[in-house]
Design a protein around this ligand. Structure first.
Ligand SMILES: Nc1nc2c(c(=O)[nH]1)N[C@H]1C(S)=C(S)[C@@H](COP(=O)(O)OP(=O)(O)OC[C@H]3O[C@@H](n4cnc5c(=O)[nH]c(N)nc54)[C@H](O)[C@@H]3O)O[C@H]1N2
Ligand SMILES: Nc1nc2c(c(=O)[nH]1)N[C@H]1C(S)=C(S)[C@@H](COP(=O)(O)OP(=O)(O)OC[C@H]3O[C@@H](n4cnc5c(=O)[nH]c(N)nc54)[C@H](O)[C@@H]3O)O[C@H]1N2
Ligand SMILES: [Mo]
Length: 766
């Protein structure tokens, strides 16, 4: 067992490569997950902890937002869920002695991997003005500092309250209430970097910004299109659902510039057959699309449906939709040459895809970051809706839209009101319930929060979880912006880059994680979360807290609220801190779908939130119907000699948390500064496999951004496309390169050039 973290920063960046794998999971994945967990927490704790993941009396896996099946396996987790749990349940600790030994300047020079490997934070820490070291501080004193800075602002809009999607419903509800009682809607969250484009597209077209399918719909589908998503790494339990659909006769189309292992063949580690047998082939048709070509692909599929006899579900279109004629005219005018140019696909593959769509009665389209992080992401997702509307495939069992969420409670946080552009209904409900006037002006999202900090319009930055500095685009701009703040505060479980790039003063406030027992004045508490399919259920930690000095997230918010809003405030913060059931009572009275919350959430499996399009084919849009939309077609245009870079996750990371250096299914080990390039493009650019290159992004602000020293890996990606890991490549994503409407950074389509570079010192022969 390696309970001690590595003494030196082990990121050598001497990657070794092998061929990409063609299958995912199976016995090797089980072994890898147990090894990762065992290194951090020992064998007994590993067994005790992992058996509680996603069980009815256990905690919700912090890994991803994929729903739990009704019949749970004893081991309802996956390799990467086990790594996420091990990161939190680790026995390694960051103590005041650690901060005494490492000045902030030293921490700022370390890799994110090294910082994360140091273990759990144990004490509130304070970085005073002009000091080089964080020092321990008491909770009362720490919260007084925050309250003092907040009260000293000229306007509450000079404060920013960020949230990462692991926060429970209870903490999220209190947090938005605190920000709004102070008078600001500045509630940026990781959704702004993630599925904001999905929410924007679905709200406009279907009236609800969430997915319209349940797990059983996926099981019953006869065609599943998985576009822009890598479930083998990021949602491994989804592969079990795909496998089940497959056994029921479903076809699967995968749309991706990369051949991702999990989608090719899956060895289900929860069945004997999967452990020992040949596994299940999943993908029937692989469309190796050019980055950013998806809108045109879906438009072309719409055109084929319009042309086919009986392709359109006429009665659905007549009864439930708006805008059909205009859309049909636009789709019929699609230029076939554009389709080939934008997608890079062979005509025969598009024909085959159209055949599968036309043969399907129950189609589900799943997607994730490969579609949301482009300039034209919102129209792309609207095009998926157009296709499903033509086929009447919304609000029918086995069919619908399935945006696969990332963080385990990112959807729930939004439901609780973590949103910078709140609806009038939400604000009215809060105002009515608590008798406090709510701010009506919209607040800052992530990109606008960076701009406000950069320009000195925001002065206090507070984060409930996450790693804002490393997750946000344009690293140099974001870091400079953060350094201008008067105070930066991070409520965290683990050390990360955001703790090292601080304002004039800084605080780290350590909290309990999901896996830990949370005992408050009224006794032991549980919290609740909402999964990617709108199912709300309880999560109960069982482990002893990592340190006696930790508070829970709800407790931190309540204590801060009492300090900054004063003891006479109408919101009963003290009662909320003592008993989370009291918070749930208020959620029940203010958030639609949560009536009788406390009683319903204790039922096994929790309860499903209502969803008008799914449940009743009712579409609460501006027109009262499901809207077809006919956006102009768009796709990225590449200047000669350039590549289109997507920034993605390796198999061994959770967003900005790097677990290790093994991107197993892609056959890349031992380093992260790699860029995957098609061998043909690499030959044209004169870049041999294994050579070194600098990546420079080109953007119309005229500024160049460079990420130096990447190893070129010849890889079977689509032509003209490249891929490299975030957060290392966030330095290349310009702050102003965002999706229209959703303002999500276009981290999946960055125009770059590769320049041959000298071998980095000392790493070439390792
Ligand atoms: N283990 C693990 N699990 C996670 C996470 C993690 O970091 N680690 N992160 C969580 C979070 S917050 C999220 S949002 C999800 C992310 O889950 P994913 O969206 O699967 O994550 P990415 O690694 O960004 O992968 C994007 C996929 O889209 C493809 N792609 C890129 N550009 C395009 C394009 O233009 N068109 C198409 N069709 N495909 C494209 C890429 O090749 C890749 O397969 O996972 C969640 N789960
Ligand atoms: N270039 C590029 N950039 C991207 C993306 C991309 O694909 N490409 N993806 C984007 C996406 S989809 C997302 S969601 C964002 C992610 O952005 P964030 O959510 O901000 O980042 P994470 O890396 O998930 O945050 C990790 C930190 O959360 C803290 N933490 C973990 N568990 C808990 C907990 O229970 N409580 C508290 N209080 N803290 C906790 C730990 O301190 C840990 O260091 O990144 C985005 N950035
Ligand atoms: Mo995400």
């Amino acid at each position: 067992m390696k309970r001690k973290p590595p003494a030196v920063d082990p990121v050598q960046d001497a990657p070794r490569t092998g061929p990409p794998r063609r299958r995912a999971a199976g016995l090797p994945a089980v072994a890898r997950s147990l090894r990762a967990a065992g290194e951090q927490m020992g064998v007994r704790r590993t067994a005790l902890t992992l058996l509680r993941v996603n069980q009815e009396d256990g905690f919700d896996c912090p890994g991803c937002a994929w729903p739990e099946p009704e019949r749970r396996h004893t081991a309802e987790f996956c390799e990467n869920g086990a790594k996420a749990v091990a990161e939190e349940a680790t026995l390694r600790r960051v103590t005041p002695a650690f901060f005494a030994e490492h000045p902030v300047a030293d921490l700022a020079a370390r890799s994110g991997y090294w910082l994360g490997q140091q273990g759990r934070l144990t004490r509130p820490m304070y970085l005073a003005e002009g000091s080089g070291h964080y020092e321990p501080i008491g909770w009362d004193e720490a919260l007084d500092i925050v309250a003092g800075e907040l009260r000293a602002l000229d306007s509450p809009d000079e404060a920013v309250f960020y949230t990462s999607g692991r926060t429970s419903n209870e903490a999220a509800f209190l947090y938005q209430l605190l920000a709004r009682c102070l008078g600001t809607n500045n509630l940026p969250d990781c959704s702004n970097l993630c599925h904001e484009s999905s929410g924007a597209a679905l709200t406009e077209t279907l009236g609800v910004g969430k997915g319209s399918v349940l797990l059983e719909d996926l099981h019953r589908a006869d065609l599943i299109i998985v576009a822009g998503q890598n479930p083998g790494t990021n949602h491994p339990r989804m592969l079990s659902a795909l496998e089940r659909a497959k056994r029921g006769g479903a076809r699967i189309i995968t749309v991706n510039p990369l051949p991702e292992a999990g989608l090719e063949r899956f060895d289900n580690p929860q069945t004997l057959r999967g452990l020992t047998g040949p596994g299940t082939p999943l993908t029937d048709l692989f469309l190796q699309i050019r980055i950013g070509g998806d809108q045109v692909l879906f438009r072309e599929l719409c055109r084929r449906v319009l042309e086919a006899e009986d392709g359109v579900d006429q009665s659905f279109v007549r009864e439930h939709t708006h805008g059909y004629e205009e859309f049909a005219a636009a789709a019929r005018a699609t230029d076939p040459a554009d389709v080939l140019r934008a997608t890079g696909l062979a005509p025969a593959d598009i024909d085959r895809a159209a055949e599968l769509v036309l043969a399907s009665e129950r189609t589900v389209v799943c997607w994730a970051m490969g579609l949301t992080q482009h300039r034209h992401a919102v129209p792309t997702i609207r095009e998926i809706v157009n296709l499903l509307l033509l086929r009447g495939a919304v609000g029918r069992p086995g069919a619908g839209v399935c945006p696969v969420r990332g963080h385990s409670n990112v959807q729930g946080d939004r439901t609780m009101g973590i949103v910078e552009k709140p609806s009038k209904a939400l604000l009215d409900a809060m105002e009515g319930e608590f008798g406090v006037p709510m701010p009506r002006e919209h607040g800052l999202d992530v990109v606008n929060a960076v701009r406000a900090l950069r320009d000195g319009r925001a002065k206090v930055f507070f984060a409930l979880g996450g790693n804002f500095v490393a997750a946000s685009p344009d690293t140099e701009v974001t870091e400079a912006a953060m350094r201008r703040a008067r105070l930066t505060v991070h409520v965290s479980t683990k050390l990360n880059r955001s703790h090292c790039v601080t304002g004039t003063r800084a605080l780290i406030l350590p909290v309990l994680g999901r896996t830990e027992r949370d005992v408050r004045a009224s006794g032991e508490q549980f919290v609740t979360v909402e999964d990617s399919m709108g199912v709300v259920h309880a999560s109960r930690g069982r482990l002893a807290p990592a340190s006696e000095h930790l508070l829970s997230e709800p407790a931190v918010v309540c204590r801060l609220a009492r300090r900054v809003l004063g003891p006479a405030h109408p919101v009963p913060w003290e009662e909320f801190e003592a008993d989370y059931a009291a918070i749930r009572d208020r959620i029940a009275r203010t958030v639609p779908g949560f009536a009788d919350f406390n009683a319903r959430v204790t039922r096994p499996g929790g309860f499903t939130l209502p969803h008008a399009p799914r449940d009743e084919r009712r579409f609460p849009t501006a027109t009262g119907r499901a809207n077809f939309t006919a956006a102009p077609l768009a796709w990225p245009h590449l200047p000669p000699g350039r590549l289109l870079l997507q920034t993605l996750r390796s198999h061994d990371q959770y967003n900005t948390t790097v677990y290790g250096l093994d991107d197993h299914y892609r056959g890349i080990e031992g380093g992260r500064r790699v860029v995957l390039v098609h061998p043909g493009d690499a030959a044209d650019l004169g870049l041999p496999d294994g050579s070194c290159a600098d990546l420079t992004s080109e953007w119309d602000d005229g500024r160049e951004r460079t990420a130096p020293g990447f190893r070129v890996v010849h890889y079977p990606t689509a032509r003209g496309c490249a891929a490299a890991y975030f957060p290392e490549t966030n330095v290349l994503v310009p702050l102003d390169a965002t999706a229209e409407t959703s303002n999500t950074p276009a981290s999946k389509s960055v125009v770059i050039r590769l320049t041959p570079a000298p071998e980095p010192d000392g790493s070439s022969d390792k």
